[in-house]
Design a protein around this ligand. Structure first.
Ligand code: SAM
Length: 339
């Protein structure tokens, strides 16, 4: 297993330098993307150490793996050997050059997972390497079927491509934004949840209704929030007689609520609501004591340096057994317990 932070990135001992491994796509994500882009011939422009190429090779008849860094291209070759795939043509060179375009001109789909430059004033599609607008300009006459990874935190207004924007979360964390052009586009916005593989697409769904706090609270998957698909989520759940409402949300977290316990693949976590109160630490402490809390997880914006100081103060003198979560929105604190 090759680990990167909390993710098991690869199930085989992939070969790479540190940077190549950091930039590589985790295996489970690469498998999902390869299935979605399954075709006869695909070109991966800027393939790095081949994290994505391996899985394209399993789904497609032929893969062009283009990389300008010779060391990384050698790793990509080794890694394809490790995973027993032999339908890849490795090409060293600049993906934006006429020679490379000529070499991959029979591709049905052009894909790129460009790197972010180490220093950039403003995150934009132009600044990525290779640049997404440049690839579109150069390769649109090879095929209109283009797909790109882009930084998931990039503001949507900077993506003016008429493409599908697919946000993907992995183990409850936002992992990827993929842009699909041409007939690869299936809707405007979509959300995918891995490892389960569930997918939600945008449609003209009626707006999610707001509600005061009910018995249960849910944090939707970050990909659903980022793709602005709360209307679609509540609409789909309502069709199964599961009524879920919007309770509170800000840039960092969103809470939905319902009066009966609902199960959905698009909920990251579910909670039983216990109490809500104004933002007053003495009142909060009383609630925590009366609810027999032991540990308190703080779920509001707080200076990371102060997190443990406040948490220790709140936990001082608590003699219970429960772990309670405290969400904060403006002047309101919400105490709940994870289900
Ligand atoms: C984010 S990495 C790709 C990682 C890859 N998807 C993986 O899973 O291993 C982007 C790669 O694009 C390469 N690159 C950047 N500009 C390029 C260009 N103009 N031509 C070819 N490769 C380029 C970089 O060297 C880098 O290895």
């Amino acid at each position: 297993m090759t680990r990167d932070k909390h993710t098991i990135k690869f199930t085989k001992p992939i070969l790479s330098n540190k940077e190549g491994l950091q930039l590589s796509t985790p295996e489970i994500v690469a498998k999902y993307i390869a299935r979605r882009l399954k075709t006869d011939i695909i070109a991966d422009l800027g393939c790095g150490i081949g994290g994505q190429v391996i899985f394209f090779a399993r789904e497609c008849k032929k893969v062009y793996a283009v990389e300008r860094n010779p060391e990384k291209l050698e790793y990509a070759k080794e890694n394809c050997r490790l995973y027993d795939v032999d339908n890849v043509e490795f090409i060293l060179g600049d993906a934006l050059s006429p020679e490379i375009k000529e070499k991959v001109s029979d591709a049905d789909i052009i894909f790129s997972d460009p790197a972010r430059p180490l220093s950039e004033k403003e995150r934009s599609l132009e600044n990525l390497e290779p640049s997404i607008p440049e690839i579109i300009k150069i390769y649109s006459d090879v095929t209109p079927e283009l797909a790109f990874h882009a930084p998931p935190q990039m503001p949507p207004e900077r993506i003016v491509l008429g493409c599908e924007r697919e946000y993907l979360s992995l183990n409850g964390q936002l992992n990827r934004l993929t842009l699909y052009l041409g007939s690869l586009k299936s809707c405007d916005r979509s959300a995918v949840v891995l490892p389960g593989g569930e997918r939600l697409g945008s449609l003209d769904a009626p707006g999610i209704r707001k509600s005061p706090i009910c018995d249960y609270l849910y944090e939707p998957e970050p990909s659903v929030v980022k793709a602005k698909l709360l209307n679609e989520l509540s609409h789909n759940l309502a069709k199964e007689n599961k009524d879920v409402f919007f309770y509170k949300g800000d840039d960092r977290r969103t809470l939905l609520t319902s009066s009966t316990l609902i199960d959905s693949d698009f909920f990251k976590d579910s909670y039983r609501a216990i109490a809500n109160t104004e933002n007053d630490m003495t009142k909060l402490k009383e609630i925590l004591k009366s609810q027999k809390a032991k540990n308190v997880v703080l779920r509001f914006d707080i200076d990371p340096k102060q997190y443990w100081e406040i948490r220790t103060r709140l936990e001082e003198g608590l003699a219970g057994t429960r772990t309670l979560h405290v969400f904060g929105f403006g002047n309101e604190l919400i105490v709940c317990e994870k289900i």
